[in-house]
Design a protein around this ligand. Structure first.
Ligand SMILES: NC(=O)c1ccc[n+]([C@@H]2O[C@H](COP(=O)([O-])OP(=O)(O)OC[C@H]3O[C@@H](n4cnc5c(N)ncnc54)[C@H](OP(=O)(O)O)[C@@H]3O)[C@@H](O)[C@H]2O)c1
Length: 232
């Protein structure tokens, strides 16, 4: 159930049968996205158009140089939100372009000159958190100061883990790609720290599944605790 002081959050990702988000560590997810059915590309952009904001981690920006706008359907592009602890955003990043509004969320440890350079590019820079971006605090600011009611996150695994760990995700929508890429260190849907016990498993409930072109799409509701978990 969403808290009223933060946006409703949908995590959306394309994912291989073995749960990976890219071909190998350091590779852009755009390589795999080429294999999405055209209808699924439209679904992705339709979902963006239905959201007030879209968030991806700074490492995805550094690797994929994402644009994060609505292009395949009519509609307004959401506000782009990028957390980066030390304001480490490349000067040629597409999200610094004029196509949509952009917020860079940084920690108080971010160097002032980097922050100033980003502001010169016309983006909003929000400092929230001492050494790391305080994601729950950022969610409250997005809701209260920017009127964000619905937000999607498009990865990567490090940000996905942090958002789930703070219980800030309400729904997950996965676009399943019919490939296996392997690789023990290839990024999967959720990175971060491993859990130690089964009590820590994050529980979900399947809401819907459907075919979009040739891709299976599954939609999940986050339960977090053990509600709805039956005896095996
Ligand atoms: N298949 C897909 O749908 C999909 C989608 C997105 C990404 N990807 C892939 O995922 C890979 C990148 O994933 P990644 O795990 O390395 O990086 P990531 O999750 O994209 O970004 C992590 C970065 O976010 C910033 N951050 C700031 N505050 C944070 C917080 N509280 N918690 C977590 N992160 C915070 C940090 O940036 P600083 O280092 O600047 O402090 C951190 O290094 C790429 O290969 C990309 O292609 C795939």
């Amino acid at each position: 159930m969403a808290d009223h002081d933060r946006p409703h959050v949908l995590m959306m990702s394309e994912i291989t049968v073995d749960g990976k988000l890219t071909l190998r560590r350091g590779a852009s997810s755009k390589i795999l996205m080429k294999y999405m059915a055209p209808e699924t590309g439209v679904l992705l952009h339709q979902t963006r158009a239905e959201c007030d904001a879209i968030m991806v981690g700074a490492n995805t920006i550094r690797i994929d140089n994402s644009i994060l706008t609505v292009r395949l359907v009519e509609g307004k592009s959401p506000i782009r939100v990028i957390p980066s602890n030390l304001a480490d955003i490349p000067p040629d990043a597409n999200i610094l372009g004029p196509d949509a509004r952009t917020i860079i969320a940084v920690s108080e440890a971010a160097p002032a000159e980097r922050v100033a350079r980003l502001r010169e590019r016309g983006v909003d820079v929000i400092a929230v958190g001492e050494d790391y971006v305080d994601l729950p605090g950022l969610m409250r600011i997005l809701k209260e100061d920017y009127g964000v009611s619905r937000m999607m996150i498009e990865g990567g695994p490090t940000l996905n883990w942090s958002m789930l760990n703070h219980r800030l995700v309400d729904e997950i929508r996965l676009i399943h790609l019919p490939f296996i890429v392997g690789g023990a260190d290839t990024p999967s849907l959720v990175g971060g720290m491993r859990i130690e016990t089964e009590e820590e498993m994050i529980r979900l409930s399947l809401k819907r599944h459907f075919m979009c072109g040739s891709n299976l799409v599954t939609e999940w509701i986050l339960l977090y605790g053990d509600e709805g978990a039956g005896e095996a």
